[in-house]
Design a protein around this ligand. Structure first.
Ligand code: KG4
Length: 370
């Protein structure tokens, strides 16, 4: 029987300090401290974020180890988010991971945050542990393909997407259509040329005087509104790329006009405004995704990132599965927004391939799939 691998994952790219422990690809714990300090500002304040990470990182890691029921000496490696993200925030997690790995004498694994979001589909819960151990023993010897990809190819494709699949990656910082050929081979087919979908939702929520982050608020309001009540500008961008800044401006200008006639306009129409905004964003996202599915012929389609928690988007995925015969993969709510479980699972597969990084690896604020 193969020896179990214990990975500690650490995520600190934006405003969530998160630590997770995995036994192989099975999640034992996933602890996240969110930062309420930003609410008053309607957006993340980088300096406040890095200070909060400093306060949170030790108790969060401690809690993750306790919940997993293991001692730090049992860890096989530490995986951390190297980028993209806010530099000050990244530095806290990166340096904590380096210090802890060095003190324990174990390898360090750098993880691309975007790859983490996509690979959230491969996190397995404790009920899968028995199967996981069996699979770990069944890894074929490598012949050109990597140990990690061999193992991934043996997983049950009714629960995890088979390679290649398409992934709509939508978060506060990114809106991309990614062709996932292997866990370590991802190609961006299209991406936003300005604002990300989550960023647009957050900004529109802010101009309506709602709280931060706007996504969950708009989502809740939208469920009681009419998605066809208002029309906003949709972008005309070629290929698979997205644009959301025109929609944001159209939302703002229309709102100003309507408020001139009725100062209580937002209060009177907040559900319809939220539903129409959500409908427009989902429509923009799905149009390009449909085009990518049609052109590539790949009908296994996943969604990932914070905005994948959105009910309108999830319903659109189910609708497309029925209408166009897609096989869809929607992550658990707890794996949609930033979390360390997704960093840990990439760490596990990189561990299988012996993909470690050196102690002087710097953080990257901007990085795409490599
Ligand atoms: O993935 P994430 O936690 O952080 C980044 O890496 O950016 O995504 C955060 C984004 C925010 O813009 C937030 O408003 C959005 O995800 N979000 C949602 C929902 N929950 C979070 N957007 C729409 N509906 C939701 N339910």
């Amino acid at each position: 029987m193969t020896k179990d691998t214990y990975i500690l994952g650490i995520e600190s790219s934006c405003d969530d300090t998160s630590a997770a422990v995995l036994c192989n690809d099975v999640l034992l714990s996933n602890v996240t401290a969110s930062q309420a300090v930003h609410e008053a500002y309607g957006g993340v304040v980088p300096e406040l974020a890095s200070r909060a990470h400093q306060q949170n990182v030790v108790p969060v890691v401690d809690q993750a180890l306790k919940q997993a029921g293991i001692e730090k000496e049992q860890l096989s490696a530490i995986a951390f988010t190297r980028g993209p993200g806010l530099m000050g925030s990244l530095l806290v997690g990166v340096n904590f991971a380096k210090g802890m790995a060095r003190s324990l004498g174990i390898p360090l694994i750098d993880v691309n945050h975007l790859q983490g979001h996509v690979m959230a589909h491969f996190i397995r819960s404790a009920e899968c542990k028995a199967e996981s151990v069996e699979l770990a023993t069944a890894i074929p010897s490598t012949d050109g393909t990597t140990a990690a990809n061999s193992k991934l190819n043996t997983l049950n494709s009714s629960t995890v997407p088979p390679f290649p699949f398409l992934c709509l990656l939508v978060s506060g910082g990114n809106s991309q259509i990614v062709k996932v050929k292997a866990y370590n081979d991802m190609e961006v087919l299209g991406q936003t040329i300005d604002d990300a979908a989550g960023e647009a939702i957050d900004k529109c929520s802010k101009v309506m005087g709602m709280g931060y982050p706007g996504g969950p608020i708009i989502d809740r309001l939208a469920r009681q509104g009419n998605p066809k009540a208002f029309q906003f500008a949709e972008p005309q961008i070629p290929g698979y790329d997205y644009s959301f800044s025109g929609l944001k401006t159209s939302f703002l200008y229309n709102l100003r006009k309507w408020i001139e006639d009725d100062p209580q306009f937002i209060e009177h129409h907040k559900e319809d405004l939220a539903a129409s905004l959500e409908w427009t964003i989902v429509d923009i996202l799905m149009k390009k995704l449909r085009k990518a599915v049609k052109d590539t012929g790949i009908k296994h389609v996943a969604v990932a990132g914070g905005v994948s928690a959105n009910n309108g988007l999830r319903n659109a995925f189910h609708d497309h599965a029925r209408r166009y015969g897609w096989t869809i993969y929607i992550p658990k709510f707890s794996y949609t927004t930033d979390n360390a479980a997704m960093i840990g699972v990439v760490g596990y597969y990189k561990y299988l391939d012996g993909q470690f990084c050196s102690i002087d690896a710097p953080a990257f604020s901007k990085v795409t799939f490599s």
